[in-house]
Structures are given as C-alpha cells and as structure tokens.
Ligand binder design. Structure first.
Ligand code: ADP
Ligand code: MG
Ligand code: ZN
Length: 480
C-alpha cells in the first residue's frame, strides 16, 4: 500500500550514566539487592536543609559520550529547575538543564537497511544533551501504591535529536547504534530491560509534498525496541485516520499500553502547562576548560570498526557487523587480528566457535579465560594442515575449559594427525575400491565427488589424517 503521509519522528533518549554513586549524593547508584528506601539519604530524599553536590564522575563519563556523538561542548553550562507535578516527583520539580545544556549540536552516523536490504549510511542530528536526575519509583497494586526512593536522583543523560527520522527502520537503527555507542564510550550500560535506556518518541505525519512539520504526539518512556516498533505503527495509523478526516492531531503526551497494543492520551492535563524553568539555586554552574574538553579522547565508534573490518581485514559484511557491535568482542577480535596473519579465519573462529561456548555458559568474553593467543595458535595448526578443522573444534573445547595451550592439548591427546603417506594411501585406496561406481562417475562429475572421497577418508581416520596429504594421494590415485 502506498503511503499517503510521511512519518516524522524525533527522539528524547534517556541513558543512565554509569557512575558508582547518585548524581547529587553519595548513595549507591546500583541498589538492586537493597530493600525499598534503604538506599537513601537526606539529599536524595530532598530534605529542605540538605544540599546537593554534583557528582563529577557523571560529567566525566558523559563527556566521553559527547565526544563520540561529535557534539559542541560549551565551556559553561548550568542546571535549571523544571516544575511539573507527577506523583513520582514530590519535589514538584526536576533538576535538569534548559537553555545552557552541557552539549549542543552533535550527530550520529548510522547504517540503516533500505528497501533493497542494503545498508545505507545516514546522518541523524542531535539538538542538545543535558544531565538530569532520575525520579522516584512507584509500584501500583490494586489497593495502594508503593513509593521507593532507591532510584531517586540517579544520573541520566538526555539526548534530544532533531526530528530527522522518516521511517521505523531509521528509529530502530538509531537507537540500536546509540546503545552501542554508549557502551563503546563506557558511559552507560544502556540495558533497556533494566531501564538504563529509555526513549520518549515524538511522532507526527505530513503529506509528502509538505515542508513544514505538523503537530506531534509524544509517547513517553518507551523501553523496548519491539514495543517502539509496535507503538509507531499504531500511532501512524491513529494519526493518519485523524488527518484523513480533516481532524487535528492534538499535541499531547501519550502512553503506550504494551498489553492492549494501543496508546492513550495524557491523564495529567496540567503536565503540558508551563514548566517555569528557573536556574537551580543550590548547584554551581559546570565549567569545563578547553584543556579539559580536549583531554577526553573520542572512542572508536562501532560504525568505524564495521567499515575498517571490511576494508582492512577483509571480513564479511555480516561478520564485521557482529564483531563491531560489542566493545568486548571487537577488542578481542582486534587483539587476535594483531597477532595473526589470517584475520578472516580468526574472525570466523571467534564468531562460530568461541561465541557458541560463551552463549551456552551465559558469560561475557572478559569472564572467560580464553586469550587471543589461544585462538591464533590453534588456527596455525589448522592452516599448516597439521590438524583438521573438526579436531580443531575438539581442541578448542579443551582450551575453553582448561585454558591450556592448544599445542599442549594436541600433544597430550594424540590428536596430531596422521601424516604417514603409506598408511593413508592404503586407506584412500580402500575408499575408492568401496566406491567403484562413484569412481566411474568421478570422471563426469569431478569436484563434487572428489570432496566426498576426501570427506570419507577423513572420517575413516577419525579426522586425524593430514587433509593436505589425503588430497594429494586421492588426486594421484584417481588420475591413474
Ligand atoms: P519541547 O521543548 O517541547 O520538548 P523540542 O523542540 O525540544 O520540544 O522537541 C522535543 C522532541 O520532539 C525532539 O526530539 C524533536 O526532534 C521532536 N519534535 C519536534 N517537533 C516534531 C514534529 N513536528 N514531529 C516529530 N517530532 C518532533
Ligand atoms: Mg520534551
Ligand atoms: Zn542519597
């Protein structure tokens, strides 16, 4: 179905900054094992006499993200109080930033899959980024609502984009890339399930010929890629029906109901009212010297790695995409590539074998004892035709479990292959004799059958034969 309206989306991404303590006090920023309200103090309960102190780590960590997002970082920025009422915000204001945010103008380049399933590089602009604190947490039961301040005043970065997204694929690719960048900069774990990455999604539609943007609705607090996709589809339809019947879209905050699969309008009408921003009187301004800003190094971006792995290491596109998506994985691969002259095989070994074990054990690379040297030493044996790929897998399983060197395991387990030509010639001859009908056909079909003879010989030797020698002998015997 041809689309009548163009989708226009802008995002407000909230990312939890990975500090040890909260934004304005020394309470723990990670409290999951604590009882409700145990992780609090006079500051994060906002007692009138308690004064907040800015956690410098939050600024330092956020700086790394701002560099990664190519932002302008002003030397001066300040905090403001944004007043609104909501039950999880009993102070009636949030300490955030208004006209002097820590960052202005940045961008993120993202590969988005187009209609032909090709990845296309697009640039999405970031309007501003500010630091602010998280709210309290309310849990509703049928009879009452529980208030928990453990999360109160944890540090967040809010990244506000321009309304640059024109499709659901744009939005998804951007958010997924943002998650990778936050992790690459080590500034946020950005785990959506843990609420460390949330987005407010602003949506409007406009006829394709029109230049101005039309009125938008805002879907608050979305924290799953798949729910965002469903919600966008729903909102597109809802707004298209309104526009078709010449009705206006109302500018409002809406909530996505993941159970009913629909969005509903705001319950708190006074929300959209004047926020009455004014400078936060209890906090000093943030001053960042040019030297300080220059001293923070920009991290390698996942997209840069993705490109480099293909152009410099000749890695397949899909493998390059997976390897570059995860900081630890890409570091491990790069270290392996540094010591190996077969980066392609190193990549495929890491992706096919190593990851399989990590997934089974549900652990991260850093939690495993396998080192890049293990991988490369093992591949060397395979590349030198000393062991088959299949035996290589068995050896790797041992490496993974015992962290022994592959050469020791091969020695110990007598896995080193059989290179005795006479013995192998006998086995090959037997295989050919047993398959005399296929040998007849070999002269017509050649390659396919040749590899089946190799395979059968390898199997007959429990994959311990030297594949190079088997190759040679079979060719000899077959050409007779
Ligand atoms: P506010 O200050 O009211 O929050 P902003 O101009 O800062 O408004 O925009 C908030 C978010 O809404 C941004 O991510 C922006 O890209 C997005 N946005 C603004 N106008 C539109 C529109 N017409 N359609 C879709 N998104 C929009
Ligand atoms: Mg807003
Ligand atoms: Zn506290």
């Amino acid at each position: 179905m041809a689309q009548k309206y163009e989708l226009v989306v802008g995002l407000e991404v909230h990312a939890r900054i990975k500090t040890k303590s909260k934004l304005w006090c020394s309470c723990d920023a990670y409290w999951f094992w604590k009882n409700p309200n145990e992780n609090t103090c006079e500051v994060c309960m906002w007692f009138p006499w308690a004064l907040p102190v800015l956690n410098e780590d939050a600024v330092n960590l956020a700086l790394k993200t701002w560099k990664a997002l190519n932002c302008d970082i002003p030397n001066f920025s300040k905090f403001d109080r944004k007043s609104y009422f909501y039950p999880d915000l009993p102070t009636w204001f949030q300490t955030t930033q208004f006209d002097e945010p820590v960052c202005k103008k940045g961008f993120l380049e993202v590969y988005v899959e187009n209609r032909e399933w090709k990845k296309e590089k697009k640039k999405f602009w970031i309007d501003r980024i500010h630091i602010e604190n998280d709210a309290w947490k309310l849990s509703h039961t049928s009879n009452w609502t529980e208030v928990d301040l453990n999360r109160a005043w944890c540090p967040l970065m809010e990244i506000v984009t321009e309304p640059d997204f024109r499709s659901i694929a744009d939005v998804k690719a951007f958010l997924q890339e943002m998650q990778k960048v936050l992790r690459a900069a080590w500034s946020s774990d950005a785990d959506m399930e843990k609420g460390q990455l949330r987005a407010d999604v602003n949506i409007s539609l406009r006829p394709f010929w029109q230049k101005e943007f039309w009125i938008r609705a805002e879907l608050k607090n979305m924290n799953s890629f798949s729910e965002i996709e469903k919600a966008l589809k729903y909102e597109y339809k809802r707004q298209a029906i309104l526009l078709d019947s010449w009705k206006e879209v109302v500018q409002e905050t809406r909530w996505w109901d993941a159970v009913k699969w629909e969005s509903t309008g705001q319950r708190w009408k006074w929300w959209a009212a004047d926020y009455r921003y004014f400078p936060e009187p209890d906090l000093p301004t943030i001053l960042l010297s040019d030297e300080k800003i220059a001293s923070v190094k920009k991290c390698d971006l996942p997209t840069e790695k993705y490109e480099k792995y293909q152009s410099e290491f000749w890695i397949k596109e899909i493998d390059a995409f997976i390897l570059s998506s995860d900081v630890e994985l890409s570091q491990f691969f790069e270290e392996t590539a540094k010591i190996s002259w077969d980066s392609k095989k190193s990549a495929s070994w890491i992706l096919s074998e190593f990851i399989k074990f990590l997934k089974e054990d549900l652990i991260k690379i850093s939690e495993s004892k396998v080192k890049p040297e293990h991988i490369w030493n093992l591949i060397k044996f395979i590349n030198n035709w000393e062991i088959s790929w299949k035996i290589g897998k068995e050896v790797f399983e041992e490496v993974y479990k015992t962290w022994k060197n592959p050469e020791d395991i091969i020695e110990e387990k007598w896995l080193k292959q059989n290179s005795n030509e006479d013995e192998l010639r006998e086995i090959c001859q037997k295989i050919l004799d047993d398959n005399s009908d296929l040998v007849e056909k070999y002269h017509w079909w050649r390659d396919n059958l040749f590899w089946s003879f190799v395979g059968q010989t390898m199997k007959a030797t429990q994959w311990k034969a030297n594949p190079g020698i088997v190759n040679k002998i079979l060719k000899e015997l077959l050409s007779k």
